[in-house]
Design a protein. Structure first.
Ligand SMILES: NC(=O)c1ccc[n+]([C@@H]2O[C@H](COP(=O)([O-])OP(=O)(O)OC[C@H]3O[C@@H](n4cnc5c(N)ncnc54)[C@H](O)[C@@H]3O)[C@@H](O)[C@H]2O)c1
Length: 346
């Protein structure tokens, strides 16, 4: 971090974030692993996100929400920042606008001046799937060849990239969506991009039963995976709010979460429901940091069922946003704006 009293802020719109390399899944996976490594070493302050569901009183049944996701990353990064994240169910039926829309702010931890504001929507899509990719890397059965992805939206799109990057032996991906046309369109977009067969379908359960790994990234607001979907030796990774029912999670041999302190605060997550019911404790789960730091030794045998879930961490957005900022500065792209010419009061 270069300290300065210059109140200049580099603004990066989505097209510039793309030029600066946001669509590089290999880089994103490395940044995700580094974030969880630093988190596990106590080098990141990342309080649980503050959630505002709307309309007032809707609780977990929100129509839209804002999340504030502040953090400080220490170590050799030394950057503060926050992601202002949002999702709207209404956007799913409005052409021309994503379901989730995010903005990321990076700040100097010493002078506390913000130095970059960038579109965070693509960072979210990339890093969310990269988290699933890292879960898959550490928990998938050896030489996994068949994977089911449920949800062919924005996160489904980046999930194909993450799976191809994290599971080098993969040969077939079932791409499922209740809206089959979306699954077909996304599969067509990936035709000839990877040497993997991508099969669009609306029958997610049949696909799951033919797979070693199942990853869900849907906007479903109630669980659709029950125990009849689960085979011995399977890894199930849930990235949406509440996609596998409580029995599926609680009966898994290994329950993994991205970050325990945060996931138990989010009432729509299965891990939070089980924790509140007194059926899950910190000691019963493996965190993603434990995997990255080698504190968890991996699958035992070929029969273990592993369930992973994630709520997402602001530190991921700041870590990747900072990398994008450095690239953009090197490339001389973006627009400089200023907080002030001279502060009125100091
Ligand atoms: N864990 C994280 O860090 C994180 C971060 C960002 C988004 N998410 C979650 O990822 C999910 C997907 O987000 P998105 O931006 O891709 O949304 P999107 O609207 O672009 O796509 C969601 C897709 O899910 C499909 N779907 C909904 N219910 C389904 C069901 N029961 N079976 C099959 N398909 C179904 C929809 O038809 C749609 O195509 C959301 O729940 C979002 O909250 C998680």
């Amino acid at each position: 971090m270069i300290h300065s009293i210059d109140p200049g802020i580099l603004f990066l719109q989505e097209e510039e974030v793309i030029k600066a390399g946001v669509l590089d899944m290999k880089m994103t996976i490395q940044a995700v692993e580094k974030t969880y490594e630093l988190l596990g070493k106590g080098q990141i302050i990342n309080p649980p996100k503050t959630h505002i569901g709307m309309p007032i009183g809707s609780g977990a049944n929100w129509n839209s929400f804002f999340n504030s996701m502040p953090c400080y990353i220490g170590g050799d990064i030394n950057v503060g920042g926050t992601k202002w994240a949002a999702e709207s169910r209404k956007n799913s039926s409005i052409p021309g606008i994503p379901y989730g829309i995010d903005i990321t702010i990076l700040s100097d931890p010493e002078t506390v001046l913000p130095f970059c504001i960038l579109d965070g929507t693509l960072i979210t899509a990339m890093r969310t799937s990269a988290v699933a990719g890292v879960f898959a890397k550490y928990t998938a059965p050896k030489n996994t060849e068949t994977v089911t992805l449920v949800g062919a939206g924005v996160i489904g799109r980046t999930m194909v990239m993450a799976v191809c990057e994290s599971l080098p032996a993969v040969k077939k991906i079932y791409l499922c969506d209740m809206n089959l046309a979306k699954a077909k369109a996304l599969a067509a977009d990936y035709k000839d991009v990877y040497s993997v067969e991508i099969v669009p379908t609306s029958d997610a359960k049949t696909a799951a039963l033919d797979s070693q790994v199942v990853i869900t990234e849907t906007t479903a607001s109630s669980p659709f995976i029950d125990k009849s979907w689960i085979k011995k030796g399977m890894t199930v990774i849930n990235m949406g709010s509440y996609e596998a029912d409580l029995d599926v999670v609680s009966s898994s041999d290994v329950i993994a979460v991205d970050y325990w302190d945060q996931i138990i605060t989010y009432e729509s997550k299965a891990a939070a429901k089980l924790y509140k019911a007194g059926k899950l404790t910190r000691e019963n789960v493996v965190e993603l940091s434990d995997m990255v730091l080698g504190k968890w030794t991996g699958r035992k045998g070929t029969d273990e069922v592993i369930n992973c879930s994630s709520l997402g961490l602001g530190a991921l957005d700041i870590m990747i946003g900072y990398e994008i900022f450095l690239n953009a500065r090197r490339m001389g792209i973006g627009t400089m704006v200023k907080l002030w010419d001279k502060p009125l009061w100091e």
